[in-house]
Design a protein around this ligand. Structure first.
Ligand code: SF4
Length: 652
């Protein structure tokens, strides 16, 4: 019981449909027409047209006087147009607008001196037509390997690269890989028709879920052959032109059969194939959803109108535009200038292949088959509403600074430009704003966007608000004794200001060290993180006094816990008086070596024995805890018994 699935994109594309309709319309008007080559690669259609009076000729010289010359969707070179003008025959130009676009690009670039490189089959009429619009500076390449060779042979040349509309998108991707990025001497035009891309993508997806694929189309049709190549690389695939060929195929051993068709295959032939296949298999099991290809075709010809909101799937992205599939006969193009208001962003920064975009139609050209669209206008509409709401609700927004401009910086929020004056950046008056570029900043909208005025934002207001909130939170929980960890923000001669999380407290210089210091910078630096505690609070004046010295760090306590009377220690002479020398035992704790204890002889002058900075070994001979005085003796070092102490003690 095989399930038959027909690809939605099977059959006539926009360009072929347009050409066929143009011929039938001319025939219906009784015109004598001759097509320059078969109008499509489909003998049924060509025979039907012939029956109605259309001739197929190979060269303009075969035209009868007054006969309408039909240029088919593949297009022709400039020489053919010139010959027709010379002959004076009327012309029905059914060149697909997508192909005409390539002619235009090739002619312009070639005239400007660029070396035009065309990806495709050199012998294909479409490629021949494109070549016919170039001056002598062109070449054709089949794949990335040939392109690489051309590129390496012509390193100096300016290359304009484009492709046949039916070129394989996968190979095209490989070709782009062999080119250097951002080379100003290389310009790439993605001219692969989206109808082709869609059909190829869908055929590949359908082949993946099928055991057997049937591709319907002319054996000479390049796009049909490509479909065949794609599908046969995935599963068993047959190429047929008509339903009566089905009898010759082996349709067995297939649970899922997929059907697709080339761009020149009329819907009635696809229908016939489906019906015949159904008869052969004697089953009525066509997937309904997939079978309504005729409807899908109609839908694909939906009209677009200027101002309409549409959705588009990104097919390709390059530096100048984004090509989107709109599910309509026109190809959608979003010029880079219509993607975003932010000039610092390239299309590749903003969208990726496969993204679905909300767009607005700004121009439709049926002649060119192109709909020009804008993303930024959709974004702007939505963005403006959001910015106005943010202003009303005082919401904090976040965006990247895109540029430093006169008097401030610009950020873009949801496509809306917001100017932040220098005075609202929160930076000091003379500070450079350059450092803000590229930074993500928080701001509030202080002026909503108006017709001719952009919105105005303020970073400073956010910092102020955050500070206020932090302050309120601090006062809710602050109490004497509570500990905080904070960064030193600034130093003055009388203390250090420490950030407690949005509010600063001050550690007085006397609190910074157990030793006497002249300036806070002797013990702390801006940026240091200190553990502090609240000593005193004055909420009315927003004053917070902080303590920093800790009891366990008190050198006197430390000394008492580590030393005792009788210990011999190394100490450093820190000052000299007439009655003795003070020696530092540990940081913040000094003891006195009385003159009588400097040596085991009589000393007249302290300086005869020691100098400031000398390292000496002393014995602790007394500790007066109340007055925090320590007596030391050099004389007693090494003596067994007690020394006779002449204690004179000084404050530690
Ligand atoms: Fe059809 Fe696309 Fe070719 Fe035009 S360019 S004829 S739409 S396949």
């Amino acid at each position: 019981m095989p399930e038959i699935t027909v690809a939605k994109t099977a059959g006539f594309c926009f360009g072929v449909n347009r050409a066929v309709e143009m011929v039938y319309a001319a025939l219906a008007e009784g015109k004598q027409v001759a097509t320059l080559g078969p109008i499509i690669h489909n003998t049924d259609v060509v025979n039907d047209m012939a029956a109605k009076g259309a001739r197929v000729i190979e060269d303009v010289s075969e035209l009868h006087p007054g006969e309408y010359a039909v240029i088919r969707s593949h297009g022709v070179g400039k020489d053919v147009y010139d010959a027709l003008t010379k002959l004076g025959n009327p012309v029905i130009d059914a060149t697909c607008p997508f192909v005409s676009r390539i002619h235009k690009i090739a002619a312009e670039k070639s005239a400007e001196g660029w070396y035009v490189l065309i990806a495709g089959d050199r012998d294909h009429p479409e490629v021949q037509g494109i070549i016919g619009h170039c001056e002598q500076n062109y070449d054709v390449f089949e794949d990335q390997f040939v392109l690489k060779g051309i590129f390496e042979k012509n390193p100096e040349k300016k290359l304009a690269i484009m492709s046949q509309t039916t070129y394989n998108r996968i190979v095209w991707g490989e070709c782009l890989k062999v080119l250097p990025d951002d080379d100003p001497n290389i310009v790439v035009y993605d001219t692969i028709c989206t109808a082709t891309g869609q059909r190829q993508t869908e055929a590949a997806a359908l082949a993946e879920k099928s055991d057997l694929m049937v591709v319907i189309g002319g054996r000479h049709s390049s796009n049909t052959k490509k479909l065949y190549d794609i599908c046969s690389g995935i599963c068993r695939t047959y190429l047929i032109e008509r339903a009566d060929e089905l009898d010759t195929l082996d349709l067995s051993n297939a649970d899922h059969i997929g059907i697709t068709a080339g761009a020149s295959t009329p819907a009635h032939i696809i229908k016939e194939v489906v019906n015949t296949m159904d008869e052969i298999l004697n089953k009525d099991n066509i997937t309904e959803e997939e079978f309504d290809f005729a409807q899908a075709l109609d839908e694909s010809f939906k009209k677009l109108h200027t101002g309409a909101r549409v959705k588009g799937i990104v097919m390709t992205v390059n530096n100048s535009e984004v090509i989107v599939d709109l599910g309509a006969k026109q190809t959608g193009t979003v010029p880079a200038s219509e993607l975003s208001n932010d000039p610092s962003k390239k299309p590749t920064d903003l969208v990726n292949v496969g993204d679905e975009l909300d767009l607005i139609v700004i121009k439709v050209s049926d002649q060119d088959g192109i709909a020009t669209l804008s993303k930024k206008r959709v974004d702007e509409q939505a963005g403006v509403e959001k910015v106005i709401k943010a202003k009303e609700e005082n919401t904090v927004l976040e965006a990247e600074v895109s540029a430093v401009v006169k008097g401030g910086v610009n950020v873009f929020y949801e496509g809306v430009r917001i100017f932040i004056p220098a005075s609202q950046t929160g930076l000091p008056r003379e500070a450079s704003l350059d450092g803000l570029k590229g930074q993500t900043v928080k701001f509030i909208v202080i002026e909503a966007p108006e017709r001719r005025k952009s919105a105005v934002g303020s970073i400073k207001a956010v910092s102020r608000r955050e500070k206020e909130a932090a302050k309120a939170k601090f006062w809710e929980t602050a109490e004497v004794g509570k500990e905080y960890e904070g960064e030193v923000k600034s130093l003055t001669s009388y203390g250090a200001f420490v950030d407690l999380g949005g509010i600063d407290g001050m550690v007085h210089i006397s609190e910074l060290s157990w030793n006497r210091i002249k300036h806070p910078s002797q013990v702390v630096s801006v940026g240091d993180v200190l553990k502090v505690y609240i000593k005193d609070l004055d909420q009315e004046n927003d004053r917070i006094s902080l303590g920093y010295k800790k009891a366990e760090d008190n050198p006197w306590e430390k000394f008492l816990s580590e030393y005792g009377v009788g210990d011999t220690v190394d100490a450093k002479i820190v000052s000299i008086t007439s009655f003795g020398a003070f020696a530092q035992i540990i940081d913040g704790v000094d003891g006195l070596i009385h003159i009588s204890q400097l040596a085991d002889r009589r000393v007249e002058n302290v300086k005869d024995v020691v100098s400031v900075g000398d390292e000496v070994t002393v014995k602790i001979t007394n500790i007066d805890e109340d007055s925090k005085r320590i007596s030391l003796s050099m004389r007693a070092v090494g003596e067994d018994g007690d020394a006779e102490y002449d204690d004179e003690e000084e404050e530690a």
